[in-house]
Design a protein around this ligand. Structure first.
Ligand code: ADP
Ligand code: MG
Length: 705
């Protein structure tokens, strides 16, 4: 059967309905989808080493036969070690597999196989070389021309039981059956300019590279074929960003009055303190946007505690003074409530009415609140996702503010915007990604940065302490509380897990709360806050903490985002090695918000593992959000860093904005050249007209033209 890009996988050789279903769960439905599922690394199995030549410390691929194997059980370990002995015509090689009990029936004497791994000296028998946990592929009889040996072998991530080897077979056979056209979406000028291979060539190449290609270039995704495919993803992404920006700029927006004396007065009146220079700069940039008759689309970036809230409220002041409503959306109820409290206090003198919309509201209460939003009586409306519900209607929404925007999707932001008519938009984030990167990545947003902390902040001291030191830690807490301060104690889980083995040993908030309350701090007010409490309960606890009716708040990461109680100066984080770096930074941002020195104590073992060590040491060394973000990026990679939702939304499969930053910039320049100058219009139309519908959808290019 001839295979076309749209052929469903079910009909491919070696797939069938059952595997097709598994692949579909990963979003792979057609031949084209399959081709986009690229190997994540490559192995050089062209040159097989002879067993006699193997030296310790090096990585080898060996083609051998099984001599025999046995499972060695240890008295206390539940599993065992599987010992395998293989040989080629030059010698024999012992291999060991930890927890290898499942291998017991797998290897039969005489079975041909390819092993790949690092050779080491057996510590128990000096001079003897072995391989620990090598990768292996069984060889069939007909495997001489195979996808497995004698070539550079692509390694795919397994999908639900379909292993790398099967994936290779499927892709190989499908490519062999494919003889039709493969549409190349990139303009020929670009292909020529960068000497990129055609899409067809690139696809063939990345799946089954020729033996002449450098393995290092392949594994770092730097082959011309990889570069082309990465560029392609960036290019269409940047094209959609540039077109979105252009469309937005052609839309008439609200031209707010900003310079009138009455408005200047109002802005001064609501300011509770002298803004920092960085805050002033951000505010001027926002005011200029608000004044223009084009909708603002601005990102306000600033580390935790840098004071973004007041800047947002000043922007809201301008909207309100112009007779419009402003909406402020936050990702959690605690944060929404806190913003509404802060706004009420700050807006009290100006007399603006603040409304809070969260899902916990009761029938009549809710009805009245919605009515105030609809009639325009509510001037600033603060809320969670609840703001997005269809029955929330504004009288005259002029400004949309989204706090911690990385917690929302682009579509949610859009939903809120649609409740007004081309309102101005300000999104805020404490995720300090490098400015050059955010400029390129969020090219449709203008960016303001608050890179300065409010005055009088005493730097937080961070210590890393072992669990055995806890009594001393509690003594320290006791002294701080006697001096009138408050504290947080953070745990990774709410309840002890009965199922997950890895979590069974973790201290849990509920249990530790009881201990702290009854035995360690019997004379103090200890409160508990976690994500499974009802909203009213959570709110009442936060309220008590704010009013200092609680001295010590035992919590989970619900307090991670934005909670602001300046009198809290101490934070103890138990099992700190279990938290991500950005998460620790966010948590720590809850203290040291007043003029008193803050102390953060990370409870973690002395040897927490390599990554955890870097995380903890970074926390102890610095409070600089950019430095922390960069380390976090290195540790986790961009996918996790940006959050899967956001990463997926950007539509990148192989492209990696950090690793491939130069290509990202290149793609941006090429995309702008097709969008900005009026004379490029016909070329752009032609390009989009030829683009398959799935591609237009993938990059959200369909609606714009
Ligand atoms: P974030 O940027 O994390 O949202 P906030 O807006 O919550 O930070 O501000 C952190 C704390 O700093 C708040 O208590 C706020 O009142 C205070 N603050 C902000 N700006 C200033 C300033 N210019 N002078 C003094 N205190 C400030
Ligand atoms: Mg904030």
């Amino acid at each position: 059967m001839a295979v076309a890009p749209t052929t469903e996988l079910m009909y491919l050789k070696g797939v069938g309905p059952r595997r097709a279903e598994i692949l579909a769960k990963r979003g792979l439905r057609t031949f084209e989808d399959l081709l986009g599922y690229l190997p994540f690394r490559y192995e050089d199995r062209i040159r097989f080493a002879k067993i006699r030549e193997i030296a310790p410390g090096q990585v080898y691929t060996v083609r051998a036969k099984v001599l025999g194997g046995s499972l060695v059980r240890y008295s206390r370990a539940r599993g065992g070690m599987y010992h395998l002995l293989v040989s080629d015509e030059t010698g024999s090689l012992p291999c060991k597999f930890f927890h290898g009990q499942y291998l017991d029936k797998k290897f039969k004497a005489g079975q041909g196989l390819v092993l790949h791994g690092k050779a080491d000296l057996d510590p128990a028998r000096p001079g003897r070389i072995e391989m620990i946990n090598p990768e292996y592929e069984m060889l069939g009889e007909d495997d001489t021309d195979s996808t497995e040996v004698g070539r550079i072998v692509p390694i795919y991530e397994a999908i639900g039981g379909i292993g790398s080897r099967t994936m290779r077979r499927i892709v190989y056979l499908a490519l062999g059956q494919f003889s039709g056209e493969m549409h190349d979406p990139l303009p020929p000028e670009i292909l020529a300019r960068y000497k990129f291979p055609s899409r067809r060539e690139a696809i063939q190449f990345v799946h089954f590279p020729p033996a002449t290609e450098s393995i290092a270039a392949l594994n770092s995704f730097r082959s011309q074929a990889h570069l082309r495919l990465i560029f392609e993803e960036f290019f269409f992404y940047q094209l959609s960003v540039a077109m979105r920006k252009k469309t937005a700029q052609q839309q008439p927006g609200i031209a707010f009055r900003v310079r009138e004396p009455a408005i200047r007065e109002a802005l001064k009146r609501v300011l509770p303190f002298k803004p920092t220079d960085a805050q002033k700069r951000a505010l001027v940039e926002i005011a200029v946007d608000l004044e223009r008759g084009v909708p603002m689309n601005r990102l306000l970036q600033g580390d935790v505690g840098s004071g973004k809230t007041i800047v947002a409220l000043e922007a809201a002041t301008i909207a309100i003074e112009n007779g419009y409503q402003a909406a402020l959306m936050a990702p959690t109820e605690i944060l929404a409530v806190q913003h509404s409290l802060a706004a009420r206090k700050i807006f009290a003198r100006a007399g603006y009415r603040v409304e809070l919309l969260i899902s916990g509201l009761k029938g009549s209460e809710k009805k009245a609140a919605l009515e105030r939003v609809r009639s325009g009586e509510a001037q600033l409306v603060v809320g969670t996702h609840a703001l997005l519900e269809p029955h929330v209607q504004f009288m005259r929404l002029g400004l949309v503010i989204v706090d911690e925007q990385h917690r929302f999707g682009v579509l949610q932001r859009k939903e809120l915007m649609d409740k007004g008519t081309a309102p101005d938009v300000l999104v805020m984030t404490a995720t300090p990604i490098p400015r050059t990167l955010s400029l390129t990545l969020y090219g449709d947003l203008d960016i303001s940065v608050i890179d300065q902390m409010p005055p009088g902040r005493v730097p937080i001291e961070t210590r890393w302490s072992a669990e055995t030191n806890l009594p001393g830690v509690w003594d320290f807490l006791r002294r701080e509380i006697e001096a009138g301060r408050q504290a947080y104690v953070v745990y990774p889980v709410i309840e002890q897990s009965k199922t997950a083995e890895s979590e069974r040993s973790l201290k849990a908030a509920i249990v530790e709360f009881e201990k702290l309350r009854s035995t360690i701090f019997p004379n103090r007010h200890v409160g508990l806050l976690h994500g499974r409490m009802k909203s009213e309960e959570k709110e009442s606890v936060m309220d008590q903490f704010r009013r200092h009716e609680i001295d010590i708040l035992v919590a989970t990461t619900v307090i991670e985002v934005g909670v602001d109680v300046p009198n809290a100066t101490v934070m103890v984080i138990e099992h700190a090695n279990r938290f991500g770096l950005s998460q620790l930074h966010q948590l720590r941002g809850r203290i040291g918000r007043g003029g008193e020195k803050g102390t953060c104590i990370l409870i973690a073992p002395k040897n927490p593992g390599d990554d955890a060590r870097v995380r903890l040491e970074t926390m102890v060394r610095t409070t600089n959000g950019f430095e922390i973000a960069e380390t976090d990026l290195k540790l986790r990679g961009p996918g996790e860093f940006f959050g899967t939702r956001q990463h997926g939304e950007l539509g990148f499969h192989i492209a990696n904005p950090i690793r491939d930053f130069e290509l990202l910039e290149l793609a941006r320049r090429e995309a702008l050249a097709l969008v900005e100058p009026p004379e490029a219009e016909p070329a752009r139309r032609r390009l989009l007209a030829r683009l398959p519908v799935e591609w237009q959808r993938r990059y959200q290019l369909a609606s714009v033209g």
